[in-house]
Write a protein of this length. Sequence first.
Length: 606
Amino acid sequence: MADIMADIDFTILTPNAMLGYGYRLDHFWYGIEHYKPAAIIVDSGSTDAGPYKLGMNKMTCSRESYIRDLSAMLDACYYRKIKVIVGSAGGDGSNKHVAEMLSFVQAIAEDKGYAFKVATITNSLTRPLIKQRIVDGKCSPCGPVPPLAEADVDKAVDVVGQMGAEPFIEALKQDPDIIIGGRAYDPSAFAAFCLSRGVEPGAAWHMGKILECGGICAVPKGRSMIARMHRSSFELTPLSPTERCTPVSVAAHTLYEKTRPDRLPGPGGVLHLADARYVQQADGRTVLVQGAHFEPRPYQVKLEGVERLGHRTIFIGGIRDPILIEQIDEFLEAVRAYIQNLFPELDKTDKCRLIYHVYGRNAVMGTLEPTPRAGHEIAIMGEVVAPTKALSYAIANNVRTSILHFPYEGQLATTGNFASPLSPQEQDAGEVFKFSLYHLIDLTAGEETSLFPVTVQTLASTKPPPPHDAEPERLTADERHVFATATPVPIPPKQVPSGEITIQDIATVVRSKNSGPFELTLDIMFDTNASYERVRAADVLTNDVIKALYNVADDDIITNMYFDPALAWKCTIKRPWAQGSIGERDTLGTQQHAPLLTVTVPALRV
């Protein structure tokens, strides 16, 4: 192990998985003091919330949240000379949000009297360049999406490209105090800092994939994490004294939001994790990771772009009458037919649509729901999208009042059919978009940096700077005592009966999550090898089982595999609706796991 760790030894601190989500200051300052990181790096980007951020130029978090999170980071930067690097500023990483994030840094510097050398990385991908790549056959889908057309590029409200590590490496050559990057592949900022210091690509990218999610790989799931880097390996330690990393918890994180856990493609290559190894260290809280391999590939950048579809109005209400619930489908379609007579454009195109979400039956899973039966009461949310705000409201108002007063067979309640909890009863839900660009374009040599230019400037306050040796005390005596004496929360193994059981009786994690805007991924994890092998040997998670549970076809199943390092099973399927667009039922994809819970696992053979 000494040879593995020779030559390189530095640490990186990430305070949380998303800038603006908050973190504990005592954990942060303990990490700064105890581990003396060379850099504080945090990702700020995601498509999890859907396409509206890029369409509406909205940041993921509020200005106040960003300034709160940045303040302590900039304190450490000023007083301790620790570099601060932010990736995918504002969530979508648009040039507008790079500039806005820079203004937050400027505001903090002005308020505290700080001066910083700041590098910003923007995106100079142009529409003509993208369209020429389409013409040249150098553009391909990223996932289950149709080929990109030039018209899609023209209709997009905004387009960004996920930069790799190279622009961050170029910025680091200028020795800035702070780097604010535009849209980036999530691990890029982390990998770049490591690559610039001689870490091998496999270790650099593998660490970045884990650390960009903060302390999620800890047990219990945490926020802040330290990575100690070596030439071909790294160690992970959570900053909360009550959390730990385990080989399984760290290996399991490579499943998170990914199509498959053993091959992670990114700009310029593929990270291979089949040979990665995870070793618990003597402190019981730290895991050493090694063995990942990065395979260079022709350089491609993922594009993200969104198209405006229209304006959305919603309404919601409940139905308790069993007579109406028994015939709810026929009733709602009768209302639809009536409204189509009033508004002939309704449901003719994607630009003008009415969608019902029937909560208590299949509102969460839609067409994936294997048991779409109604309960004793249901809620109906109506979603109307139309080209204009006025038309959207007019249709929604007519639909809601029709549901309230429409007759149905056997009706006894003649005063109204719909319990409305809100007033006004129609709610403006704003503009609605769809991901129209989620494609890869080939780059020529040098474009991995030239398309993402670096600008360096100095931010100075009008106030006198505080002395660098006059830093306030950051931790109290009580907080120091906690870090010195606290121990991780014990997590005993799950007790599993030997007889016939279900997945929820044997698994420790059963979850679902979006893997990009067009895929849904399902994970099941176990805490012992015996439980994992029991389920694997039972062969109860086949494609035929998934097809029955989720009403999908063979072509909809992208991945179905077991992953030994994490004692886990993974399945990825095509999303039946585009994330965050019209008819969205679960933006983050977090409630699609439920059918897996009741899969039967046979009794152990005696």
